[in-house]
Design a protein around this ligand. Structure first.
Ligand code: ADP
Ligand code: CDP
Length: 239
């Protein structure tokens, strides 16, 4: 497969057309950003760590019945995916209160959220990704009511599957963000599932193992990404 012209370049990934119909190549770059792009850096190998973890999770989810855009890795930071029309929703599942839910609502950090909360933001950098509700999502015609129901169901299933595989490695899945896209009438999981899009806490020490290390300068970001990527992809058996 040959990489063709650039389709889109975002904050951390670039997406390229290919010579194969309905296939794109996603390049996971070493760029890292936080706080709405207010903090930016380039960290060597970050793209490889996030791509490796994403590929591992997509493969694991596919094997467990979740439809994802993932086909294969061309090298450690180039992923072949199904071309989707992305739905501009950031679907966030929360098992433990942290981050914006604690800043914006009277939840204490670390409170267990059982059942998990689904929060959906509008993916629009210019508007700072405002939180939506079901009525707004339907009024904006971003998805149909049936699609919204399906997306929530799949998000909870993904949460169940990811929580289990991470728990087996001694890691709590605090929260994560996923994005979906369409090909025809089918909806697939797209984008990435990585240390940039999840909040992960070590079950024993409570230590952050994700982008919060970068956001709040809690330690050596790449040493932690490297270690957690190995822990997730290599050290354990998939349940
Ligand atoms: P952002 O747009 O948030 O800055 P990235 O740097 O991660 O994000 O850019 C990747 C872009 O590619 C995102 O906008 C994402 O929605 C889009 N994307 C992810 N998967 C696919 C896919 N399978 N088909 C088309 N676009 C995709
Ligand atoms: O990062 P912040 O605390 O502001 O946001 P959040 O709403 O608490 O984020 C919930 C989860 O979604 C975290 O794991 C974030 O890393 C992830 N997220 C993301 O990957 N991309 C976004 N644009 C927003 C959140």
């Amino acid at each position: 497969m040959k990489q063709k012209n650039l389709l889109y370049t975002g904050k951390a990934k670039s997406v390229y057309h290919t010579d194969t119909k309905d296939r794109l190549i996603v390049e996971f770059r070493d760029d890292i950003t936080a706080f709405d792009g207010g903090k930016k850096d380039v960290l060597k190998n970050k793209g490889n760590y996030n791509a490796g973890v994403s590929a591992f999770f997509f493969d694991y989810l596919e094997k467990n019945g979740v439809k994802t855009h993932f086909f294969t890795m061309l090298d450690p930071h180039h992923m072949v995916v199904r071309k989707l029309e992305m739905i501009p929703l950031e679907v966030i599942v929360r098992n433990v209160a942290a981050g914006s839910i604690v800043r914006n609502y009277p939840f204490r950090e670390g409170t267990l959220l059982d059942p998990p909360l689904i929060v959906i933001d509008y993916k629009d950098d210019a508007r700072h990704d405002p939180m939506l509700n079901d009525e707004i999502i339907i009024a904006l015609k971003l998805v149909t009511p049936a699609e919204l129901k399906k997306i929530k169901k799949v998000a909870l299933e993904i949460n169940r599957l990811l929580s289990a595989v991470l728990a087996a490695q001694g890691i709590t899945l605090v929260d994560f963000k996923i994005e979906f896209g369409r090909q025809g009438k089918m909806i697939y999981l797209g984008d990435e599932i990585s240390m940039d899009s999840m909040r992960l806490w070590d079950k024993k020490t409570g230590e952050s193992l994700d982008k919060d290390v970068y956001r709040f300068e809690k330690g050596d970001v790449m040493a932690i990404y490297n270690r957690v990527a190995q822990r997730i992809t290599k050290s354990g058996k998939k349940p």
